[in-house]
Design a protein around this ligand. Structure first.
Ligand code: AMP
Ligand code: ZN
Length: 127
């Protein structure tokens, strides 16, 4: 990993990680919110009227790694997901936050991200 300058200071970036590139501003994204340690942007292939990804700026490959860091960053990601849900107007009706973890669960980008989904009725169980 190497340190790169980002809009909000220094952070770590993993080469060839798509979401690290979004954090660094090297890949464009529709950013809807940013906090000190997180960034939220619209999913490029939305599965619901609101589909936003909330990620830590620091690279962790999955939920296990983020939870294991034990530095409050997972709390910040969850709190940011709720804030975005409020800003998107879906917090009243209800929304879903999903961490696909591992290939069997459909994780394709190995920089941990919370999917925030809302704006339509969400079926259960998921596919
Ligand atoms: P997952 O399959 O849980 O790892 O989720 C990865 C998500 O990233 C998918 O929902 C993709 O649609 C989304 N995605 C992939 N590339 C981009 C991108 N450049 N900008 C925004 N979202 C992306
Ligand atoms: Zn990354």
């Amino acid at each position: 990993m190497r340190r790169v300058s980002t809009s909000s200071g220094y952070d770590y970036r993993v080469p060839d990680c798509l979401f690290c590139k979004i954090v660094a501003g090297d890949v464009p994204a529709k950013i809807v919110a940013e906090s000190g340690r997180t960034i939220a942007f619209r999913d490029i292939n939305p599965q619901a009227p609101t589909h936003v990804l909330i990620i830590p700026k620091q690279h962790h490959r999955d939920l296990a790694a983020l939870a294991g860091a034990g530095d409050g960053l997972l709390d910040e990601v969850a709190a940011q997901a709720h804030k975005v849900a409020e800003a998107e107007g879906v917090s009243g009706g209800g929304y879903r936050v999903v961490f696909n973890t591992g290939p069997e669960a459909g994780q394709t980008v190995f920089h941990v991200h919370a999917h925030l989904l809302g704006g339509r009725r969400l079926a259960w169980p998921p596919g």
